[in-house]
Design a protein around this ligand. Sequence first.
Ligand code: DQA
Length: 151
Amino acid sequence: MTSVYVFNGPNLNLLGTREPEVYGTLTLADVETMCRMECEEAGLELVFGQSNHEGQLIDWIQEAGAEVQAGRAIGAVFNPGAFTHTSVALHDAIEGVQLPVVEVHISNVHRREPFRHRSYVSPVARGIVVGFGVYGYVLALRGLRHAITGG
Ligand code: DQA
């Protein structure tokens, strides 16, 4: 079965309790369930992960890139959290392995503080979903599948 990845960066393990007025009250486990339902319908195997560590996210991106090159995966939905705004290393990892990535942000980062307006990931992303709450993950999975498989 073909895989798809959903990667989450720092502090997203706190979803549900962290600034609910910004990020909502659903937890990361709820997000995983939504993604699983979407992937089940699409006939894709979901690999879901969250890490607070930049290096771990880089390792996952490299592994996912290898799986895509081998024809076993279609790409990744990625919410890099605050690393979005700081990480040249994540930019380089995505570019380096040519991983198809849809960048997701739960909040509309462009309505927030200026430091959130810059993304190092966007220039190497296939697409971006911003500001639709956790439903953005489902939209991103759908968009990725459509972009890669036409389905
Ligand atoms: C976020 C937006 C980032 O600016 C922030 O650092 C996060 C979450 C979002 O999903 O809206 O951790 O990526």
